[in-house]
Design a protein around this ligand. Sequence first.
Ligand code: AMP
Length: 309
Amino acid sequence: MPTQLVTTAAELREASARLLVQKAGSSQGLVPTMGALHEGHARLARTAVEQNDVVVASIFVNPLQFGDTVDLDRYPRMLDADLALLEEQGVDLVFAPPVEEVYPGGEPLVRVTAGSLGEKWEGASRPGHFDGALTVVAKLLHYGIPGSGLPATGAFVSGRGGGLPAYRAYFGQKDAQQLALVRRMVSDLNFPVEIVAVPTVRSADGLALSSRNRFLSAEEREAALVLSRALRLLAERATAHQPLDLESAQAMVESQPLVGLDYFDVVDPRTLEPLAENCRKVPFRGEGLAIIAAKVGPVRLIDNVPLSS
Ligand code: AMP
């Protein structure tokens, strides 16, 4: 079935309800994106298609999460290519609302605040970013609730699962802090949705795919590889039960002249609090997350790997 493009909440409700009935579906997946899609987004969409009867992807560049209007204006927009990529993955519906649909009265008065988890790491260099991101994710999660467009929810009793359809939303592990915050929001505020994390997709040489990579020169792209190399080194040490020796990995990144390191640390994957110092000096045991952010030329890049032993 061809992917259908909708631009208003009313159209989305109507179209997703119709599809659920047509397919006698018992589940709906939502894949929120800002467009300029690549293979990382495609993996999210494919995972959602595998796990759900109806899949909605959203494309919305959210002004609320950009501190800098230059960054917002510069954000790549390419709807036709994005639609083609999503159609290839089997996405049923693409919700690409204009700003006035999402914020009809201008900026919202009442917002979600990310709390202390939103102030560290990425939040430290982008004040307010996660409040804006969570506010729009909250809205998107509500837009995507399955079945709200049906005249009577009773229609679902005949669906495969019976009762209300399952609802899942897909987020990339690449944006680890966003993922941790979305999980907290959903749990703290009782959103009726299951959050599914999808592993980071990388190019063959290790660079994590990002819509920002297009702004790297060939030389900067080569230099940026040190980020994933340093993370891989830590993951290998963890798996081999060796001390992480974060300092030597940091020195490796700092030796690259085109890379300006912002942070590089080992944290708890849920709270993003740094793991105790002695975890780094003795053979690594347990679970952790190595996170890194750096400016490479004009581009700020983030990456992370799970550590497990
Ligand atoms: P964005 O459009 O950049 O806001 O990203 C939309 C979703 O795609 C987010 O959940 C991201 O974490 C996810 N994503 C971005 N890059 C990757 C990647 N390389 N691998 C997996 N997921 C990704």
